[in-house]
Design a protein around this ligand. Structure first.
Ligand SMILES: Cc1cc2nc3c(=O)[nH]c(=O)nc-3n(C[C@H](O)[C@H](O)[C@H](O)COP(=O)(O)OP(=O)(O)OC[C@H]3O[C@@H](n4cnc5c(N)ncnc54)[C@H](O)[C@@H]3O)c2cc1C
Length: 285
């Protein structure tokens, strides 16, 4: 299908993009990698009257360690750049572990972290990672700049804290150098989106866990931290018994998604199995 007709504009700076948004007659949308927005427009699930192409904004492309010690990622950074970054591999490997399994090569070369977080697809891979990493998302819009914790930014299926006209500028992740992490997913065989994805980040000396974060995507309408499973393992020595207890504690009371591909019961079952396997892999030896 073809998209409905729209006015296409190109922005060279953040201010220009916001001003193009404000002057639009009808609904405007920012265009980054186009790998969620264009398919939605072709299916006429989205019918913006103006597309503002933000790809030329070079100031949104970077990965660097800031004066605050956190890793800062510009919103136009692609999944492939995150997967290949030495800085991310050292300070926040969990983000690279998620980026590496997004879609296929073309999707990873075009899609951006800002676009993925703004879209907040329940089957997207970054949301669980940014929750576990306790990332902060900086947005800029007609009313200035705001810094939003990932847990407050990701609201619900395709819903975020973004106000009209706001652009994601930066994703900041504290340094977790030395922490263990893994991201595993049961992916849809056609789209490769996560039917279930589990991100784990642990501060551990061998199998002695000081702190652990466990977050899921794909299971419910929005990614979430599973604090019940975390609490089983926090401050303990990880054993097979503790792993089984954490898996049993996970996903209880969660309102899981159900569709023609995976029922709610299947998603929860796979979620527990994948958590168990991920923990076994992380704490093996
Ligand atoms: C075949 C296929 C398979 C895929 N598989 C996966 C997968 O396995 N895992 C996964 O996580 N994703 C997957 N994706 C989605 C992919 O990661 C997209 O790139 C991502 O969801 C959107 O990023 P984008 O840069 O393409 O954004 P766009 O499509 O350009 O934009 C998406 C939305 O975000 C808004 N937006 C974009 N950038 C900003 C910004 N900086 N500030 C504010 N709003 C913004 C747009 O206005 C739009 O509403 C897949 C996509 C395809 C086509």
């Amino acid at each position: 299908m073809f998209p409905a007709s729209f006015d296409y504009r190109v922005a060279e700076s953040i201010d220009e993009a916001i001003s193009l948004y404000q002057s639009a007659d009808g609904e405007a949308r920012y265009l980054a990698g186009g790998h969620s927005l264009i398919p939605a427009m072709k299916l006429r699930l989205a019918r913006p009257s103006r597309l503002i192409d933000i790809r030329p904004i070079e100031q949104l492309r970077y990965i660097r360690v800031g004066d605050d010690g956190a890793v800062h990622i510009g919103s136009l950074t692609t999944h492939a750049e995150i997967a290949a970054s030495d800085v991310i591999a050292q300070h926040a490997p969990l983000l690279a572990q998620a980026a590496k399994v997004i879609g296929d090569v073309q999707v990873r070369n075009m899609g951006t972290i800002g676009g993925s977080l703004a879209h907040n697809d329940p089957g997207a891979d970054y949301p669980a990672a940014v929750l576990a990493l306790e990332a902060t998302i900086t947005v800029q819009g007609p009313n200035g700049t705001r810094r939003i914790a990932a847990a407050d930014f990701l609201k619900d299926m395709y819903e975020t804290a973004l106000e009209p006209g706001e652009i994601i500028v930066d994703v900041a992740v504290p340094s977790y150098s030395g922490w263990k992490s893994t991201y595993v997913k049961f992916f849809h065989p056609a789209s490769r989106y996560a039917v279930v994805g589990v991100a784990i980040l642990a501060n551990a000396d061998g199998n002695q866990v000081q702190d652990i974060r466990i977050a899921y995507n794909g299971v419910a309408s929005c990614a979430f931290r599973d604090t019940a499973a975390e609490n089983v393992l926090k401050g303990t020595t990880v054993t097979d018994t503790a792993i089984a207890e954490a898996a049993n504690a996970a996903l209880n009371g969660v309102d899981a998604l159900s569709d023609h591909f995976a029922s709610a019961e299947f998603r929860k079952h796979i979620g527990r199995v994948y958590l168990k396997r991920a923990l076994q892999g992380l704490f093996a030896g």
